[in-house]
Design a protein around this ligand. Structure first.
Ligand code: CA2
Length: 148
């Protein structure tokens, strides 16, 4: 089983700025941690981060070939990218949207995700742990969807 961890704009800065909102852990450390979790679950993960909408769309399209699910933090694109929403709905893969911060408790423009309605579900506000929880759920969902 192969799962894509996809991170959108500015998430390359994790751990470097705004630690009170996004924590002190770098993106590299997060992916190391996710690799360990994936190994323990017996699944393969790969990671892609981009600040460009088109590159994220291309990666979602590529994933339809050999990937079973996606853990996606679209960053600020969540709030207005119909192109990313269309990409997610076009590939027919289970996608869990993850937000590190609680988008419902922040500025009004962050309250809406236009991508969430085409995802299997959304985790928001649980910090970086949200990625681990999304992986656990996705593996369970892909292995035995009847237990959802
Ligand atoms: O809470 C999240 O995960 C967000 O997707 C993060 C986005 C934000 O635009 C969304 O509304 C919610 C911003 C990512 C910025 O990441 C940074 C990380 C460290 C330092 C500065 C920015």
């Amino acid at each position: 089983m192969k799962i894509l961890i996809l991170n959108g704009p500015n998430l390359n800065l994790l751990g470097e700025r705004e630690p009170s909102i996004y924590g002190e852990i770098s993106l590299e450390s997060l992916i190391k941690y996710m690799n360990k979790s994936a190994q323990a679950l017996g699944v393969e993960i790969y990671h892609f981060q981009s600040n460009n909408e088109g590159a994220l769309i291309d990666q979602i399209h590529e994933a339809r070939r050999d990937t079973h699910g996606i853990i996606f933090n679209p960053g600020a694109f969540s709030h207005y990218s119909y192109a990313l929403r269309d990409a997610v709905s076009s590939v027919n893969l289970p996608v869990i949207e993850v937000h590190i911060s609680n988008i419902s408790a922040r500025e009004p423009f962050r309250h809406l995700s236009v991508i969430a309605p085409v995802c299997l579900g959304q985790i928001s506000g649980l910090g970086l742990e949200g990625y681990g929880l999304a992986l656990d759920f996705l593996v369970k969902h892909l292995t035995n969807p009847s237990t959802d």
